[in-house]
Design a protein around this ligand. Structure first.
Ligand code: SAM
Ligand code: SF4
Length: 332
């Protein structure tokens, strides 16, 4: 089975947000008094399992669990334990996770047992004070212990850094060499105009990755890598350290033509494009019938509506293409 959209792109990658809640309040992601969904609106873990299973039956090969903070959802490890069966059967090729790292010390071993082999951990600064400032509620030592635990458990770690003007520009080389020393991948993300974040100004936060690349290129020899994961990341290698660096540049580089992914929220909404408002409801077909064909048809119909691309644009010094939802809703 294959899921193919109207632009002949094969959809093989599902990102599932299992909760919109989080134990941090990152300045670029949420406002301090973020309103979360009523718990009764969330799909149960069993329902999320059914959803994923039908996506996998339709040809999804890679599943990334995200949020909010996925590891704060109650009993989430039972979900990982159960969904891992699709790895054993060979239907699913990869099960991964994006996390802020705060709960990893507790869960790293069980993630490995469930079949997870790689995790993306978000970390925007190595300075304790700045970390508390950017995450509002987070504490750096706890996350560093989480990273240690993940590596000890055998998980490959990639660090995700949101590039923020005037905030972590000065740490670019320090973070790069820290990741090289610890044998961790590194990806920089451009800040995207997602949701209401209170008084923060997106244009002031925006640090173009073209500038970041130029700074790195003035210190290291960089080689472009041709590989693509069907997403917005481009990769290059630092020859001196052998490190692979990713740049997620939805704003300064358009990636939509090779998009292979869709996103599902914890309430069962499917978003077929991160940068468009269009969504379809999968909760009703999931709950209305035990015949899973009904759900499969709803998934196929939603993918039939996948748009060609996003409209994000900061180039006219205004924020164009802004989304009303926060990144924590669809999980980035
Ligand atoms: N809580 C987990 C974490 O922080 O990794 C998973 C969910 S978080 C929404 C996923 C990723 O989106 C994180 O790397 C975060 O830094 C990034 N993110 C959140 N809001 C963003 C924004 N407005 N622009 C770009 N990246 C954003
Ligand atoms: Fe939470 Fe991740 Fe958003 Fe930070 S980026 S507030 S850790 S969901």
């Amino acid at each position: 089975m294959k899921l193919v959209d109207p632009f002949q792109r094969t959809i093989s990658y599902l990102r599932l947000s299992v909760t919109d809640r989080c134990d941090f309040r990152c300045l670029y992601c949420m406002s301090e008094n973020m309103q979360f969904l009523p718990k009764k609106d969330l799909l149960t873990l069993e329902e999320l399992d059914i959803l994923c299973t039908e996506f996998i039956n339709l040809g999804i090969k890679k599943l990334r669990i995200t949020g909010g903070e996925p590891l704060v959802r109650k009993d989430i490890m039972s979900f990982f334990g159960s969904i891992g069966r699709h790895l054993d059967s060979g239907k699913l090729e990869e099960l991964t996770l994006t996390t802020n790292g705060s709960q990893l010390e507790k869960h790293a071993d069980n993630l490995y047992l469930a079949g997870v082999r790689r995790v993306n951990i978000s970390l925007d600064t190595l300075d304790e004070k700045k970390f508390a400032e950017i995450t509002r509620w987070g504490r750096l030592p706890q996350v560093l212990r989480g990273i240690d635990a993940a590596q000890k458990a055998g998980l490959k770690v990639k660090i995700n850094v949101v590039a923020l003007k005037g905030f972590n520009e000065d740490e670019l080389l320090k973070i790069t060499s820290w990741c090289a020393e610890r044998d961790m991948g590194l990806t920089f993300i451009e800040v995207m105009p997602m949701g209401d974040i209170g008084n923060e100004n997106r244009l002031e936060q925006y640090w173009s990755l073209k500038d970041l690349w130029k700074t790195l290129a003035s210190h290291y020899e960089l080689t472009d890598l041709a590989e693509s994961t069907g997403g917005p990341a481009r990769y290059f290698k630092i020859e001196e350290t052998g490190q692979k660096i990713g740049l997620i540049t939805p704003l300064s580089h358009n990636f939509c033509e090779s998009c292979n992914r869709v996103r599902v929220t914890c309430t069962g909404e499917i978003y077929t494009c991160l940068g468009q408002e269009g969504k379809s409801d999968l909760k009703t077909p999931l709950r209305s019938s035990d015949d899973r064909k009904v759900l499969q048809e709803a998934i196929q119909q939603a993918i039939g509506l996948k748009p060609k691309g996003h409209d994000f644009d900061y180039s006219r010094q205004t924020v164009e293409g802004k989304m009303t939802r926060n990144m924590s809703h669809t999980g980035g």
